[in-house]
Design a protein around this ligand. Structure first.
Ligand code: SF4
Length: 615
């Protein structure tokens, strides 16, 4: 016979985004039903509470926009974590001078971080007491990105106030050795779950309830009697079809009662797949997707459809962000046609592989995938090969063109700094950036950083021998270097690839592209006599119509809508390769085609996109 039901408080600490629920909390609260005796679960959205508290305590001066700045940009510089260090160490302005100097060195404005930090200690006190008022046996924290220090500060205060309450941490920040390091270094964290947590969480609750030994909870770090950390065998990869549909009812209750509600547009989060089918065989060299969980698994299309229907009807929202690392290509034949048939007017965000066919892109649009992150990364085939992307640069350009045509927003960044790349890899492409003015530009261009679990991190022989925790970690954790090394996710390393001058050139070229894009278009229309008319309205180019004569010219340009070699198109059309070469060279001078790595692709879109206002 067991005692009373286990009571669990699940906490999503700052700086989870305000617009979206916590997927881990939504999943775990649903997964709890699978315990031998389902526990009482209460969810605490301390991130919303923090934004509310800042608004209130500052008389409306510290707004959700200020929160958003720290939550989004701060992730690369430890800004949000630093805000809670004073609460964690009971020292106002802990390492403030050093942290300020760090931000100045990297040239990033602190936003309102320093003012926010003044409120952190009081907020932690109030929140710890509020959580304890629910009388929990266990308080669990899901920690990803910048949620570590706030979670630790809350866990510490909770243990001070009520030592018998057990504390648990999990989430992305606890993957692999990072989880054991958190457990080893913070004795007020009783348990840590590393890896995918649905099954481990159920096993953990069953352990608390007396149904299994602590050593039988996969992925769990716990304390032996002598205080040392014991790490159980790793948790396996969860089968997606058995993972529950997230339950967001508590989040919607919280957000609707929150003072930040008028400032935000809520979005649903959904996870149809885990791992990466590309990374299983050729992990992109910079990608920190955990090797332990890279094996690709996806839900059956029918289940995804049923879950989406359930969520849309329950929460009355059509904005859905898929957190999958990559779209399951099988969904092109199963899920997406069904979504298209539903006519839901869905606004679905998805990460995809960039080598999609034009028909696939049209299907994405019809299925409601109006915003994609295709991992374009670079437009040099040689650099793409170095990073094991498995696409040719011209395929990336085709995707940009087809998304432009289909009014799909593309999120991408231009990455540089790969071992083995050279200035020449950039020169050829930068010279052609002006021709791409009508296609969606990268949000920015950045040197890659070394992430734990990435091939570049795991295999120093690939070019990055040095691996030191990124500079901000020493202003967040009061730990010796060897422990910092275990807790960090981002690392400082040797600068590889192009130097500072070429990098500045790339950044300037991206800025120009971004400035030119909103007013630019280059469209293609067939004429009745078989000729083609290209209407050029790109910034920086003569505003004019270019006519491609019926026959060889029109046929060649049409053939080049797919990336091709000049010789192959010439052979197909039965014309001399030298003649076509001359034509293509002329088109390249006029910016009508993109040429790279031996292939050529036509740049004109077949209709005007919404951004030009002419659709
Ligand atoms: S970057 Fe994307 S495609 Fe490459 S391994 Fe990582 S998840 Fe897969």
């Amino acid at each position: 016979m067991k005692g009373p039901l286990v009571r669990i408080a699940l906490v999503s600490a700052p700086w989870n985004l305000l617009e979206t629920p916590s997927l881990p909390l939504g999943i775990l609260s649903a997964a709890a039903a699978g315990c031998q005796r389902p526990p009482e679960v209460q969810e605490f959205y301390a991130n919303l509470d923090w934004a509310d508290y800042l608004l209130d305590a500052s008389g409306g001066d510290l707004t959700p926009a200020d929160y958003g700045y720290v939550a989004n940009l701060g992730v690369w510089y430890g800004m949000g974590d630093w805000v809670f260090t004073s609460a964690l160490y009971d020292q106002p302005d802990w390492h403030r001078a050093e942290f300020t100097a760090h931000l100045e060195r990297v040239g990033v404005p602190p936003g309102r971080s320093f003012e926010m930090a003044q409120h952190a200690e009081r907020f932690v006190e109030l929140t710890a007491r509020r959580i304890l008022a629910s009388d929990p046996d266990v308080v669990g924290f899901s920690s990803t990105f910048q949620q570590n220090i706030a979670s630790l500060a809350l866990a510490r205060r909770i243990k001070q106030l009520r030592p018998e309450v057990r504390t648990l941490m999990g989430g992305g920040n606890c993957a692999g050795s990072m989880g054991a390091a958190i457990h080893r270094n913070f004795d007020y964290v009783d348990y840590v779950i590393s890896g995918e947590a649905e099954d481990s969480f159920v096993e953990f609750v069953d352990h608390l309830d007396g149904y299994r030994e602590v050593s039988e909870v996969a992925g769990l770090s716990w304390r032996a009697e002598d205080g040392s950390t014991v790490v159980n065998k790793p948790a396996g990869a969860v089968r997606m079809e058995s993972a529950p549909c997230p339950d967001y009812r508590a989040w919607f209750e919280a957000v609707n009662a929150s003072a930040v509600r008028p400032f935000i547009q809520p979005k649903l989060l959904y996870e149809a797949a885990r791992g990466c089918w590309w990374g299983e065989k050729h992990t992109c060299t910079f990608c920190g997707l955990n090797q332990l969980t890279i094996g690709f698994r996806s839900r059956p299309a029918e289940q995804v459809l049923a879950h989406l229907r359930e969520m849309i009807e329950r929460y009355r929202l059509l904005d859905v962000v898929a957190v999958d690392n990559i779209l399951d290509m099988a969904y092109l034949k199963s899920l997406l046609p069904q979504l298209a048939a539903e006519d839901w007017d869905l606004h679905f965000y998805y990460e995809i592989k960039s080598n999609l066919r034009e028909a696939d892109v049209r299907l994405l649009r019809r299925a409601g995938l109006v915003q994609v992150q295709p991992g374009i990364e670079n437009l040099s085939s040689r650099v793409l090969k170095i990073m094991e992307k498995g696409v040719h640069a011209t395929q990336n350009v085709v995707l940009l063109r087809d998304c432009e045509e289909n009014d799909i927003t593309v999120d991408w960044n231009y990455l540089y700094g790969f071992p083995g790349e050279s200035d020449e890899d950039y020169d050829e492409v930068l010279a052609q950036f002006p021709a791409l003015a009508h296609l969606q530009p990268p949000a920015g261009s950045v040197r890659i950083i070394l992430e734990r679990f990435s091939p570049y991190f795991e295999r120093p022989e690939l070019g990055f021998g040095l691996r030191r925790p990124a500079a901000h970690y020493e202003h967040l954790y009061d730990l010796p270097p060897d422990e910092l090394q275990e807790i960090a996710y981002q690392f400082v390393t040797d600068e590889r690839g192009i130097g500072a001058d070429k990098a500045a050139e790339v950044r300037a070229a991206v800025r120009q592209w971004r400035a030119a894009y909103p007013q630019s278009s280059l469209t293609l229309a067939p004429d009745e006599d078989g000729s083609l008319t290209l209407a050029d309205r790109r910034t920086g180019w003569p505003q004019r119509e270019v006519r491609l004569a019926a026959g060889c010219e029109a046929a060649a340009y049409t053939a080049l809508l797919k990336p091709r070699r000049v010789e192959a198109v010439a052979a197909e059309l039965g014309i001399a390769a030298a003649d076509l070469e001359a034509l293509v060279a002329d088109w390249q001078r006029q910016g009508l085609v993109f040429r790279e790595g031996g292939r050529v692709v036509a740049l004109a879109t077949r209709c005007t996109s919404i951004k030009s206002g002419e659709a």
